[in-house]
Design a protein around this ligand. Sequence first.
Ligand code: 13P
Length: 230
Amino acid sequence: MLIAGNWKMFKGPAEARTFFDGFEAPADVDVVFCPPYVSLGSAVETGQTIYAQNVHWEPTGPYTGEISPQMLVELGVQGALVGHSERRQLFGETDEMVARRARAALEAGLGVIACVGETLEQRESGDTELVLKIQVEAISFAAGAHERLVIAYEPVWAIGTGKTATPEMAEEAHAFIKGLLDRPVLYGGSVKPENAAELMSQTSVDGALVGGASLDPDSFAAICWAASTS
Ligand code: 13P
């Protein structure tokens, strides 16, 4: 099981350090943290596995506000999220950009958690599988079933809303994604200590990508324990 905490735009370096002082996870669960860029350095110093929240595809260049895979490697960061729905919806990221980011990060030796998921409007109009197919195939075309690539299924309507996909809905989407690309699939969208065990018990759910509930050491640890077999 892999449990990743996406801190989004929360926790500067000092707050990040305080979090890690109070956090302990079970040994049989792989735990990844995705702090904001400015907190990556202090997070790496804790010895935890640290991913960035995004990464550019070029090693250097005139790309104001972007960070390259090589810069993350130099810092001791082990991977990056790509294609989070907030990047897609609020910052105009396309499937092509997501695919290029994923490929470059993998080529530089980083791990990648590539996020996909449908909006409420797309689900209600019966287009969930169409949307997932387009998003996953772009990543698959660029990166293949790379051993350091993980997919995160995050239905946009479940992010930060308290509305979780039912375990059956998650299972159905995950199985569909695995049929397109044979890699582990994490579930994301309002994962909490209370619903984590049931979601994680689904056959095709290989872990979780947690937003809000990853900000508190106790609630994030509780989710990690829910994913533990020990
Ligand atoms: P929440 O867990 O806050 O719904 O966020 C999910 C998410 O976007 C993780 O990347």
